[in-house]
Design a binder for this molecule. Sequence first.
Ligand SMILES: [Zn+2]
Length: 312
Amino acid sequence: MQHFCIGQPCLNFLVKLSPQMTVMNKYRVLSLLIAVILLFHTPAYGQMSVMVSIAPQKYFVQQICKDFVEVQVMVPPGANPATYEPKPRQMAAIARTRIYFSIGVPFEYIWLKKIAAANPDMAVVPTDQGIQKLPMAAGHHHEGAKQLDHGTLDPHIWLSPPLVRSQARTILNAMQAADPGHRSVYESNFKAFMAQVANLDAELKRIFSGSTGQRFMVFHPSWGYFAQAYGLTQIPIEIEGKEPKPAQLRELIERARQDGIQFIFVQPQFSARSARVIAGEIGAQVVIADPLAEDWTANLRTVARKFETALR
Ligand SMILES: [Zn+2]
C-alpha cells in the first residue's frame, strides 16, 4: 500500500513556527513529529492481515495480493493439517485478521467455528466452494474427521492445478470485495498467476502424456486430485487413516512386489515407518513428496519429476 511521506510538510511547518517557539517546545514538536513518521513508516502499516490454513494457500494469496497483504499460516511446517490445534497466540492474532481463507482440511471441522467466533468482524472465505470433491481413496478416512462425517471426502484440492484456478478465483473475489481500491491490481496479478498455473498444467500434462493408468505408491493418499488431473493412480499404504496392521502390511508388500514398485512416497507430516518396512521387503526406496510446501509451483514440478521416475 502506498504511504505518503508527511515528513517534508511537517518540517516546513516547524520552520515557520520556529521564531515564536522556545527550545523546549521545539523539542516537543520534533519528538511528536518523529513519532508520527515512525508510525506511518512501520512496514506493516496499510497491509491487510489475512490468515490461511496451510502454506500453499499463502502462495496463492501472495500471487494475487503481493505486498498489500500480510499472510499468516495456521498449520506450521511439519505439522499435520488433520490433527492440528491452533496455539493461543494464533487465536489472539485472529483479532487483527480481516479475512480467513479456509480450504476444508480436517482440523477446520473442529476449529473453524472457534476461529470465526474469535473475531466476528473477520470474513471467513471457504476456498473449496464450488469444487466437487472426490471420495477418499478406498477405505481411507482422515483421522479426527470420522465422527463428524466429513472423512469420506478427499480434502487435498490444492494439489491439482485445474482446481487451484477455482481457489484463486475465490481469493480474488474476496480480496476485491474487502479492498476495492486495489481491484484492478488484484485482477492483473490474478491473470499473471493463471498464466503461471496454465504453464505448469501444460508441463505436467506433457510429463505424464504417455503414462495413463500408471501407479505410484504413497503412505498418506494426498495425491488423488493430482493423479486424477494427469491420469495416474495412487496406491495408499495408510488404511482408514492408520498404519496398516501386520496382515494388511503383508498384502501391501505382495501388491507392491507384483506391481514392481521401486519408490514409496512419504510426506514429512506423517511417520514413514510402514513405508520403510514395505520398501525394505521389496528393495524399494523411500522418497519424500511434500504436499504442503509453500512454494507451490516449484514443489509440484519437483514432485512430478519424482513420480515420473516411479511410475509403473
Ligand atoms: Zn491429508
